[in-house]
Design a protein around this ligand. Structure first.
Ligand SMILES: C[S@@+](CC[C@H](N)C(=O)[O-])C[C@H]1O[C@@H](n2cnc3c(N)ncnc32)[C@H](O)[C@@H]1O
Length: 282
């Protein structure tokens, strides 16, 4: 997935929560639920793109880094005959779940101890969770799927693009845009500390290298604020912007302070303050 149309007018207020660290950002339940809503819109209400249906349901499903387990629970409801397992480092899953859904607290970077007979293994929004996704996740997913099984990774990629990339003004605006620079810097630092943010754009290659066949890649754009006029896309942009606002301070603190030893004051003044298209058109 990719993002387009940078737009962010954060005034720095989100940095008030600088104690809110990168790890707590990744497993913050309300933010994870917001991500779920975003992906529901992106995928037109679907939970998966793999070719399953009521007539051809999966039998055994594994959701890696399940977060609040929302996806696993929805899959359990949709496929009551299937056995759904969700695993995560954090015990943030509810206890009241459908009878065919089970959660385990596990570090999925360690060797998996499951019977290798899943017919569907899934990840979503796990950027910066793995230091080596091909070895930690893709290799193990391949080994734990039965022949004919599906692996589906619904991952986000922070590639900031403008709608009109042929327009020189837009190209110039990109290079001077504070939010674009912030994203580039965060990605660079994330890579430097083995927390890569750009796994999504390498997935197809990695899956093919691991031996998967019939590898399909779908790329969706997500607006970075509510500038689109069309209602569905506007809602998507509003949700995504709120999501990024929630993470701005946490990412900055985790990377700029912990990795680069920048002071909190320095980070605070360097946080991007961008103007949205909506604001410009007002
Ligand atoms: C951004 S959340 C995504 C949750 C879920 N996949 C979703 O889309 O709703 C990332 C999740 O990865 C989990 N995580 C990070 N590192 C992990 C690891 N090594 N093993 C298992 N889970 C991990 C975090 O605890 C967090 O719940």
């Amino acid at each position: 997935m990719s993002q387009n149309s940078p737009s962010f007018d954060d005034s720095g207020s989100s940095f008030e929560n600088y104690e809110f660290t990168f790890e707590s950002y990744l497993n913050d339940s309300s933010r994870i639920e917001a991500d779920y809503e975003v992906l529901q819109i992106v995928l037109d209400g679907r939970n998966y793109l793999a070719p399953f249906s009521k007539e051809s349901p999966p039998k055994k499903v594994l959701d890696i880094a399940t977060g609040t387990g929302r996806w696993a629970i929805e899959m359990g409801d949709e496929f009551p005959q299937a056995e759904i397992t969700g695993t995560d480092l954090s015990p943030i899953q509810p206890t009241c779940v459908p009878p065919n859904v089970t959660f385990y607290v596990e570090d999925n970077t360690e060797e998996w101890d499951y019977t290798p007979d899943f017919d569907y293994i899934h990840t979503r929004v796990t950027f910066a969770c793995w230091s080596d996704m091909p070895d930690e996740i893709i290799r193990q997913a391949y080994a734990h799927l039965r022949p004919g099984g599906w692996f589906e990774a619904q991952e986000t990629f922070s590639n900031i693009e403008y709608e009109d990339s042929d327009n020189p003004e837009e190209v110039a605006a990109r290079s001077s845009n504070a939010f674009v620079r912030w994203v580039d810097e965060v990605k660079q630092l994330g890579g430097a500390v083995a927390r890569p943010f750009d796994d999504a754009c390498k997935l197809k290659e990695w899956l093919e290298e691991a031996g998967f066949v019939d590898v399909q890649e779908r790329v969706y754009k997500i607006p970075l604020s509510g500038w689109p006029l069309e209602e569905r896309t506007k809602r998507l942009g509003e949700l995504w912007r709120a999501n990024i606002e929630a993470g701005l301070g946490a990412f900055s603190y985790a990377l700029f302070n912990r990795v680069q030893d920048r002071s909190l004051e320095e980070i605070e003044v360097s946080l991007p303050s961008l103007t949205t298209r909506e604001d410009r058109h007002r």
